[in-house]
Design a protein around this ligand. Sequence first.
Ligand code: 7RM
Length: 626
Amino acid sequence: MIKSLSEFKQAKVQAEENPGGFWSEVAREFHWKSPWKQTLDYDFSIPEVKWFIGGKLNITENCLDRHLATQPNKTAILFEPNDPTGEVQRLTYKELHTRVCQTANMLRANGAKKGDRICIYMPMVPELAIAVLACARIGAIHSVVFAGFSATALAARINDASCSMLLTADGGFRGAKTIALKEIADEALNSCSTVNCCLVLQRTQQEVQWNFIDKWWHEELEKVDDNCSAEVMDSEDPLFILYTSGSTGKPKGMVHTCGGYMVYTAYTFKNVFQCQPNDVYWCTADIGWITGHSYIVYGPLANGSTTVMFEGVPSYPALDRFWEVCAKHKITHFYTAPTAIRALEKHPTSLVEKHDLSSLKVLGSVGEPINAEAWHWYDEHVGKHNCPIVDTWWQTETGGILISSLAGVTPQKPTFATLPLPGVQTVLLNNEGDEIEGEGEGILAIKHPWPSIARTIWGDHERYKNVYFSAYPGYYFPGDGALRDADGNYRITGRVDDVVIVSGHNLGTAPIENAINEHPEVVESAVVGFPHDIKGNALCAYVIVRDMGVDSISIEKEIREEVAKTIGPIAKPDRILIVSGLPKTRSGKIMRRILRKLAAGEYDQLGDISTLLNPEVVEEIKRQNS
Ligand code: 7RM
C-alpha cells in the first residue's frame, strides 16, 4: 500500500518509465496458476490491448481461497436489508467461499460452462454477489443487468450477448415497493430464444408463473455439494460483459478480461481507499453498475476487506437511512454518488446530525462531477471536516479508478478528482488533437493502456474502435472534458460530446450548466440544443430549484444574466424550464439524449425510457412544454 506522498510520486515515476515492470511487480502479489510470459502488448490503432499474456488464474481463488488460510472467519460481505428491522447477514470468507462453490456447481449441473454468457437480473442480496463469483469460478461470462431495468432493456441485453442462462428472483424489495422481477424476466424471455435455463431465487415469496425452463434456486442448490474446482482462465479470457449507454441508444456491452481487471481493481481499491484490516467499507452503488462490480465485489474481496451490500434506497424508511446504516455498522469508508449527496443536502441537516458518524474515516464520490456546494456539505456534515474525500473519476470502460486522490496520502482539492493514479498517462488535447502543456482546459485522453481497460464491445469491435480510438488517433478517448491546474490536478468538466452549435458558435453545455448552477436558488441544471429556424440550434435549460414556489420569472432573468456574464450573450438559453427533476440513469447521470428529444418536441422518439430512475419527470416536462 502506498503510504506517503513520496511513495506515491515514486510509484508514478516507476509506472511511467517502465509500465511492464511496474505492473508485473503488482501482479506478483496474486495467485496465478501459471505465470505470464509477457506483461503487455498493445496497439491503439487496431485497437488491441493484452496484459499478463499467457498467465493463468481464476479471480475467485484470489478473492476467496487465498484468504481462507489467513482470515477464514473475517466478514467478507455484510448485508443490510431493505427493511431496517430485517435480518442483517454476515458472510465470513469461509462461508462465502462455500456458497460460491455450491452455486458454481449448481450452474455447472444446469449445463453452464466456460465461455457461456449468463445474464444476472437480481436484487441487491448476497446471492447476487455469490452468483457473480460463481460465474467467474466456472469461467462463464456474467452479464449483470440492473434490476430496475424493464423487460425490453433486459431482452435487448440478453439477446446481444446470446445468453444461455438467466439468474433472477421472484421479486425484489426496493423502498416501500416490491419489484416483480420474475414477471419482468418472463416478459423479456418471450423474445429471447437463446436462454434455456432460468434459475429463480426466492426473495419476496410473491407468486410467480412457472415455465418449463424455470427452476427454483434453493431446490437446485440442494442437489450439489460445495467442492468446486476453479476453472483455469487465461489472463485475456473474458470475465464479464457490462452494458453502458451509448450516444445512439443501443447499449454497448463492454468486455473485461480476467487478469488485468483483477490486478487493477485490487490495486486501486487498496491505494485509493486505504482500508485497514478492521475497517467496514460501504459502497452504496448497485452491483448492476461498474462501481458495484469493481468496488463492492472484486476490489474489496481481492483485498480481504469487509464489504457492505445494501438492498434498499437512501429515502426508505426515511431520508436518514444512509446515516442510520453508517452508525449501525460503524462504517469507516463511505463511497456514494454526487446525485445522492445533492438529494440529501436539500433536507434538514438534523437528519445527519442525529446519528453517530464518528466511525467514518474516508468518504468517496463517483459518477459525475461533484459541485462545490455538494462537496462542502459532504465534508462538513458527513465527514465533520475530519475525513478525506476521494473524488474518483473513471468509467465502465476503464474498469477501475483512473484519477483520484489517495485517502489521507495525497492532497485533495474540492471539486477536483486531482491526479491520475500510477500507470495512468493522462493528457489534455485541444480541438486539433495537440497536447496542451501545463495549466489549461481541453479534452481528456490517455496515451498508454492500464490493465483494466475494456478490450472490446461485445460483438462490435468496429464500434469500440470508432467510439474510443478514432477521434484522436494514438489515444484512448473517454469522452470527457477536463481542466488542469498548475499542480497537475484534474477537474472533470463533463461530457465533451454535449456540444451545441448556436448561430455557428460551438458551445459546450457543461460550462453553461456550471454558470446556471452558480445561482443560489439552483440545485441542478441540464442544457441541451434544439432546432431553431434562424440560429440552427437554440439552447434549452432545464433547471431544478431549491423551492418550486419561487418567482420563476425573476429567476429566469437572473439565470440569463449569469450566463451572459460568465460565458457570453450567445450562450443565453432561449428556453428555461423549471422542473422538479431531470431524467437520470440509475447511476445518476442526466440523460441528455432524452432532454434533446423533449426540447425538439420529438415525443415519439424518446426510446425506452423505462431504464430511467425517474421516468415520471418525462411526463412532467411534456406537460410544461405544451
Ligand atoms: C464509474 C462510472 C462514466 C462517466 C464518465 C464521466 C462521469 C464518473 C466522475 C465523473 C466527474 C467523477 N462509470 N464520471 N465519475 N465525472 N467526476 N468523479 O460512473 O460508465 O457509469 O460513467 O461518468 O462523465 O465518463 S460510468
